[in-house]
Design a protein. Sequence first.
Length: 295
Amino acid sequence: MKRWVAAILAAASATACHAAPASVQDYMGQAPVKADARIAYGPAPAQVVDLFLPKTKGPYPVVVLLHGGCFLAEYQGLPQTSAIAADLAKRGYAVWNVEYRKLGEPGAGYPGTFLDVADAVDRLKVEARKYRLDPKRVVALGHSAGGHLALWAAARGRLPKTSPLWRARPQAIRAVVSLGGIGDLEGQGDVFAGACGPEPIPRIIGLATRQNAYADTSPAALLPTGVPVTMISGELDSVMPPATGRAYVARLTRAGDKGEAISIPGASHFDVVIPTTAAWQVVVGALDRQFRALR
């Protein structure tokens, strides 16, 4: 795996100048790219999906893209992930770029944010024929807080019927690629809080008002899922350092699931979601491998 990552980085750097690790300002300042369609899955302004489509003939494999931002409304979401969505569409993937209610918006938190993700993902089945999407070839890609939501969306089939988040016959996610994401809200929440503050995780899961609040919100609590996971981290990621990805992969493999952890030399928390970086090529390679493995 290290040789594979090194080869991609060497090839990318051969045609690009060396640059400093990307900052949050670099991430937030990306120019938005217009989607091919915007689909509402609920009445709130944030309950929308931006769909990016390849120019080839479908049915298309689908990347469900979930942005990060500490679960906070101030970090927006869709404008910043539109560039990587457009890049993936050029590579032959339909991209289901999900917006959801974030802290600071009415209805965000538990259960609203989780139900948004569930409803948005399940809407894919409804729109599949119209947009020539292949609901049997779906991989989730999430960044930071969105990495958690991608892992959670793939684990929804393990939710008990007693949970308000349970849905019958959820859209299957066949694999997950998590970019600087958090899979263990309880065990690694203190790391996430170092960058995002102590409030987002407790607020998003309703910790103050619910017993066993992690049981239906933390992907770690829902293992095993049977869904292969790739945890990708920038070597210089100060939000969710590579050790957190390795620890989560160790936990899910002990539970019987397949997983791998990739650390990208010289990359930050934000290089992995900017399409002009060498780190993004590593992400694309991981996605390609997950799709090739689907049967």
